[in-house]
Write a protein that binds this ligand. Structure first.
Ligand SMILES: Nc1ncnc2c1ncn2[C@@H]1O[C@H](COP(=O)(O)OP(=O)(O)OP(=O)(O)O)[C@@H](O)[C@H]1O
Ligand SMILES: [Zn+2]
Length: 748
């Protein structure tokens, strides 16, 4: 019995994959690697996209010696086999023996697994189906007008319809039966054959044609979801004009262009590769990456991205990444990897079908056997009822509904510049109750400018020069502001030599100039040096109450001058906070800056609560406290001094991810530009996804229940059950695909 259950139609349950629910997704292993003593082989199988095929592959491979584990990614048609075989070719041979066209892939950084996927629906299949459809209709018309199902033209036309539309189903069904696997194809083949045997020729033909049509529509829809995100890559030009050694320009294949080459792009052209602008200036529409189509102006030193559109000027740029390593390629790979992980709903559905399918199977078996044996009732009607129950036992619609919805959601998000690193975050997003935001660079632009300079002792100019000498060595935004200010004031004056330079976390920097220690940093630093005084404090608090960040340049003995810097709040941040509050999410600002400044800025953006003077570990403690009272807590940050807090939060968001590699890799959700409104947008998408997931589960299950009842009272036919099942699959697939369309309307 147990082994029969394994062979049951669409038994999607995957014992090796049903781990307890964890906070982070279990990304499918993607690279062919030794795995202890075992290794992994990955195959793409272009005709594996239904749980039916998964069950078949399972029953073929699992009994083989040396096979340890199978991981299926039906959406990407990828199978990962963990094994101890010396000859991995054996796996491929076994797969080909059951007509699974397995192609081994070795995924390197460059190539992507699903890049060369062949189209499953060839023109030929559509033509054959069309032919079958016409024949079936003619057979139906002739049978109806002549009043008999068994005249030779009807039989000939029906045979023609069944042969042209149903050959694939018969072959798949036969292979399944040979492997003692009763899948939907086998059931269909049995049903159609049964109808032919009792002489219902036109019905048999029509059922076959409609079943095949439904299957092909489903396959096409799945392709749409699968390729939604790939489409972005296709828009990237595959040629670029590259500067040659002799100073001429030559058009070259983008795939062959080396990092470090100089390329040129004209107005209206798409940029072929990632790079850094070296000459000229322009405005670039970065919608393919960020989802924002307002052109961004680009000057020398700015980053440009493959796939984005150069709008106005022409410019030259130095290539910084090979074609397969561009930001866009990496986004697409990340989305594909995210699809491999199982979201919570999918785990639920898988667990559910693991129980549901065997129960219905046992029910079917007893309906076929018990009434005839125990009550001497005729065999045929009860076997027939059992067959209907078997169709109902197939959780196809249920199983396919979740990945199609999640994949559509992930793709829709990627298109608007929100990179979600796993279905689990897409599902969790709607549960966010509290969101912690970093101040510098998240709420503000992170490009502060010096607004005040107040001397405390000595010449103002000398103090500024000392501050600039230290600031020069740091890339903290406050230091950058001081540097820039100094350059504007003093021009090309040479700064003093600094030795033993050191950054002091959460405080500032120190270094030795002409054998004397100097410090540039916040109030905390001055206090810790033990040199604070009343004048300094009154200046500090005046600046802080204006929402400015204030730092002090000090010698070892005394504070020399206070420098005030102000950062601009992004207009989009204000809007984002309003939207977050409308979604019922509490907002909280976390910053290393002082409390007063933090509160002034929080108030002006409309944030509920602000905490200042936080060291990285303090930010982590705040997140822990928030988690204790709000359960699902998000954190947005730039990822440097926020890394521990970001990692601890339920969902870690990174901003401006297009420019920084680490943000793209480490965040749970990466916002490709600096627009905080992408967070409420993400939450709305998450809500919509959850709603569709629920609808789909409801649709799939209620159709099952209706047919279970109809079958038991004897009111359902086999064809009705098959159609209901296919219909349910189509409905849930289309419902899931709605998310793809929604992305464009969701755009801010
Ligand atoms: N390199 C530096 N140069 C000047 N001031 C600094 C430097 N590093 C830190 N500071 C001071 O210490 C404070 C805390 O710094 P920290 O890097 O922890 O947070 P932050 O950049 O202000 O804010 P956020 O936490 O919002 O990113 C800064 O506001 C600044 O006043
Ligand atoms: Zn003080």
């Amino acid at each position: 019995m147990t082994s029969d259950q394994e062979h049951q139609c669409c038994n999607h349950a995957n014992p090796s994959n049903s781990q307890p629910t964890v906070a982070k997704p279990d990304m499918g292993p993607a690279i062919e690697t030794p795995h202890g003593s075992s290794s992994q082989s990955i195959f793409t199988i272009d005709n594996m996209d239904c749980p039916t095929e998964e069950a078949l592959i399972r029953s073929k491979l699992l009994p083989m010696d040396g096979i340890e584990k199978l991981d299926f990614n039906l959406m990407q048609r990828k199978l990962t086999v963990t094994h101890t075989l010396d000859q991995p070719e054996l796996i491929q041979q076994a797969l080909i023996a059951i007509s699974m066209h397995a192609v081994p892939i070795a995924r390197t950084l460059g190539s992507s697994a699903s890049a060369e996927m062949p189209a499953p629906n060839s023109h030929k299949r559509w033509w054959l189906l069309g032919l079958g459809g016409v024949a079936a209709i003619l057979a139906e018309v002739i049978a109806w007008s002549t009043g008999t199902d068994k005249s030779w033209p009807v039989i000939a036309l029906s045979l023609c319809a069944i042969a042209s539309s149903g050959t694939g189903t018969y072959i798949k069904g036969w292979i399944a039966l040979k492997n003692r696997n009763l899948n939907i194809n086998a059931l269909m083949a049995i049903a159609v054959t049964g109808a032919v045997i009792i002489g219902q020729w036109p019905e048999a033909a029509m059922v076959m044609v409609l079943f095949t049509l439904a299957e092909m529509i489903e396959a096409l829809s799945l392709d749409r979801a699968r390729n939604a995100i790939r489409g972005l890559l296709e828009m990237t030009p595959d040629k670029a004009h590259v500067l040659q050694e002799d100073g001429t320009w030559k058009e070259m294949e983008a795939a062959t262009i080396m990092v470090g080459s100089i390329a040129r792009v004209g107005p209206g052209e798409r940029i072929a590769l990632d790079g850094e602008l070296t000459k000229g200036q322009s405005a670039v529409n970065q919608a393919p990456i960020t989802g924002e189509s307002m052109p961004v102006s680009k000057a020398i030193g700015d980053k440009v991205f493959a796939g984005t559109i150069n709008e106005t000027g022409s410019f030259e740029y130095r290539i910084t990444a090979a074609q397969t390593d561009s930001t866009l390629s990496r986004i697409i790979r990340a989305v594909e990897d995210a699809q491999g992980g199982r979201a919570p709903t999918q785990r639920f559905v898988d667990d559910f079908s693991k129980i549901y399918t065997p129960i219905v199977f046992i029910l079917a078996l007893s309906i076929a056997i018990v009434p005839p044996l125990a009550f001497s009732l005729p065999w045929l009607p009860w076997v027939y009822k059992a067959l209907i129950l078997l169709v109902i036992a197939c959780p196809c619609a249920l199983v396919i509904s979740t990945p199609v919805t999640i994949v559509s959601g992930l793709a829709a998000a990627a298109k608007v510049g929100i990179l979600i690193k796993g279905g689990v975050y897409l599902e969790e997003g709607r549960k966010l109750k509290s969101l912690a935001l970093d101040k510098t660079g998240t709420i503000t632009q992170g490009k502060p400018v010096v607004t005040d300079l107040v001397a405390l002792s000595g010449e103002q100019k000398d103090s500024l020069k000392l501050a600039a000498a230290l600031a020069e060595r740091s890339d903290h935004p406050v230091s950058t502001a001081v540097s820039v200010y100094w350059k504007a004031q003093a021009g090309a004056v040479v700064l003093d030599e600094v030795s033993d330079f050191e950054a002091i976390t959460g405080r500032g920097v120190k270094g030795r100039i002409a054998d004397q220690w100097f410090y540039l940093g916040n109030h905390r630093l001055v206090e810790e040096l033990g040199i604070c005084n009343a004048t300094t404090e009154s200046i500090l608090s005046r600046l802080e109450s204006e929402g400015k960040t204030a730092v002090v340049i000090c010698s070892e003995a005394t504070p020399l001058a206070v420098i005030g810097v102000a950062d601009t709040i992004r207009e989009t941040s204000r809007q984002a906070i309003i939207e977050l509050h409308a979604l019922g999410i509490r907002t909280l600002m976390l910053t290393g800056d002082n409390d007063l400044t933090a509160n002034v800025i929080a108030k002006s953006v409309g944030i509920d609560d602000a905490r200042g003077n936080l060291l990285p570990e303090d930010k982590l403690a705040v997140i822990n406290a928030e988690l204790a009272s709000y359960e699902t807590v998000g954190m947005v940050g730039d990822g440097i001094n926020d890394a521990p807090a970001l990692a601890k939060s339920s969902i870690g968001f990174a901003m401006g991810a297009a420019g920084t590699d680490t943000a793209l890799e480490t965040a749970d959700v990466a916002l490709m530009d600096d627009d905080l409104r992408k967070i409420p947008q993400f939450i709305r998408l998450s809500m919509k996804t959850a709603a569709i997931l629920k609808q789909n589960i409801f649709i799939a299950l209620s159709i099952k229940v209706v047919f279970l009842v109809l079958a038991v009272i004897g009111a359902a036919t086999l064809w009705m059950a098959v159609f209901a099942d296919m219909g349910a699959s189509l409905i849930v697939v289309f419902n899931g695909l709605r998310l793809l369309r929604s992305s464009s309307q969701n755009c801010p």
